[in-house]
Design a protein around this ligand. Structure first.
Ligand code: PEP
Length: 254
């Protein structure tokens, strides 16, 4: 089955209003280069509305980096799924490894975030991935399937018809050392086949992104893999030329 490529940029905790305006302006100057590829960017929460306005009328959609696992209420410092939708987001990252490791998010909380996002029409981008120690111990498959299974159990397989999966090996994020295309492809197949056992139709349509030091220089070889349906890009999404080049590679691989 043909799956439309998706390239999503995660700005993490970086940016200021003036820089955001410049970055989006430079990126949109390349818009003609990625036709047919879905493009999403995730600015920090305080800038969602600013960046949403800058993207208005463009082919780039607004993605949020995180969402509360709870509904509106007495949760100081949290932001609900309903608020993100109200601010113009169309999707949200859940379970990024930085949230899991630095802020102690559990598989159960990630599953709850996934459900809350879908309940208001947001597309969850569920991140899974192993640490280097886990890979070295031969636990890659067990770890990513445990993370995926927590959401499958909570939300059901049909929910993946309106979701995106992102394989992000922790050892490749922000390190400059991407997984090889073969390493990434192997895990993507494990993930897709796990879903396919229960629902082959949903599995065939499910987009599985790769994330971890994707750059203009390695995007084409990653996108050439049959089960890599795009990328979740951190550092390189802060450089408009680099991010646009990744989008061009996605377009070439469509
Ligand atoms: C990420 O934060 O999801 C990521 C993949 O970062 P980087 O591209 O910088 O490795």
């Amino acid at each position: 089955m043909r799956r439309n490529k998706l390239v999503a940029g995660n700005w993490k905790m970086q940016g200021r209003q003036a820089g955001n305006t410049a970055l989006v302006g430079s990126l949109l100057a390349h818009a003609a280069e990625w036709s047919g590829v879905e493009m999403w960017v995730a600015p920090p929460l305080p800038y969602l509305q600013q960046v949403g306005a800058l993207l208005s009328g463009s082919t780039v959609s607004l993605l949020a980096q995180n969402v509360s696992h709870e509904d509106d209420g007495a949760c100081t410092g949290e932001v609900s799924a309903g608020m993100l939708a109200d601010c113009g987001c169309m999707a949200v990252i859940v379970g990024h490894s930085e949230r899991r490791s630095r802020y102690g998010e559990t598989d159960a909380q990630v599953a709850e975030k996934f459900v809350r996002a879908q309940a208001v029409g947001l597309v969850p981008v569920l991140c899974v991935g192993e640490t280097l120690a886990e890979r070295d111990a031969g636990q890659t498959e067990g770890v990513v399937l445990r993370q995926l299974e927590a959401v499958l159990q909570r939300a059901g397989v049909k929910s993946f018809a309106n979701a995106v999966l992102a394989y992000e090996p922790v050892w490749a994020i922000g390190t400059g050392h991407s997984a090889t295309p073969a390493q990434a492809q192997a895990v993507h197949v494990v993930l897709r086949e796990h879903v396919a056992v229960v629902d082959p139709v949903t599995a065939a349509a499910l987009r599985v992104l790769y994330g971890g030091s994707v750059k203009a220089s390695n995007a084409a070889e990653l996108f050439a893999m049959p089960d890599i349906d795009g990328a979740l890009v951190g550092g390189a999404s802060l450089d408009a030329n680099e991010f646009a080049a990744i989008a061009r590679a996605a377009r070439a691989a469509q």
